[in-house]
Design a protein around this ligand. Sequence first.
Ligand code: NAP
Ligand code: 8YV
Length: 329
Amino acid sequence: MAGGNISSEKVDLLIYGPSRPILENGFSDQFVRHAFESKHDLERLAPAVAEKIRGIAVTYHSVPADKTALARFPKLEIVASFGVGYDHVDSTYAREHNIVVTNTPDVLTEEVADVAMGLLIATLREFIKADRYLRSGLWLTQNFPLSVGSLRDRKVGIVGMGRIGQAIGRRLDASRVPVAYHSRNRSPSVSYQHYPDLIEMAKAVDTLIVIVPGGASTAKMINADVLKALGPRGVVINVARGSVIDEPALIAALKSGTILAAGLDVFANEPTVPDELRTMQNVVLLPHIGSASVVTRNAMDQLVVDNLKAWFAGKPPLTPVPETPVKGR
Ligand code: NAP
Ligand code: 8YV
């Protein structure tokens, strides 16, 4: 990747997606900010301004930094994306055009692992139903029914044993729950049983926690065959991307009793969630809040700003994605 110019000249930046205080106040007056909330808004960007843009902050996963969007900016050097997942950024186009892409790994790992663990327990022990039960006054007449699900008799298969998968594993270890995992490569960082074949793992466990990146290589990997292999005690927790699950197959499996329950933080067509899921009793649904605390989202925003500042100070970006490595700045 080519380096940004180290000079005192002004740098035009595009803030693409919702803006927030750290993105507004974190840049010195060396930077000229242009803010556009959505792809639709971007169409209003004057070509004379587009020609000056050298850096983009993509501030939410719902704004696609696809080829059409990126191709508007002939002088683009860096796309600093908010979030560790960057399946909404065309990193292949970026690599081919000498544009570096950065994401925000690590700063959200423990937060997302907390949510995965909370979602697992809430799903198994039916916290949401129990809360509704109490509020409705039903507790005054009889105790809440015992939950069929429990963490105590489970074996969890983690799908994806990267940064967040390992943090989820640590939480399951502390809870004394046996763990196995599926990924394409064995991880040298863990000693859990590795299953290169997802169906084989689904047969061997009764719970899947899904935490792989989105994109073509993981699209609909949790399909009807995997759900059938998981079996009638099966529970699926998805904190990865909606694209990773075949959503109609999941709905059918939940309806027919092919699996027991699901806890979902992500959906195929966010923020629209199928009515069938919204009316089911054996699911817990969260509006993509894996990293959504003030402290963690601020750390993610700060890393977006720091990547851009490092680049335009002539230094290597802090967290380039593997597709666009930066060497020797
Ligand atoms: P990471 O460190 O890059 O780990 C990714 C893991 O997935 C690795 O173990 C990788 O192993 C595995 N993997 C990748 N492609 C695979 C494939 N085709 N089949 C099987 N395994 C595959 O990423 P991370 O930091 O843990 O984050 C993981 C993902 O979580 C992000 O990309 C994002 O989509 C999602 N996420 C969601 C939220 C939320 O709010 N719900 C928050 C943060 C992150 P191999 O390469 O060996 O296969
Ligand atoms: C963010 C996420 O909510 O980091 C990710 O991959 O999914 C979440 O932390 C999302 O990226 C916001 O755009």
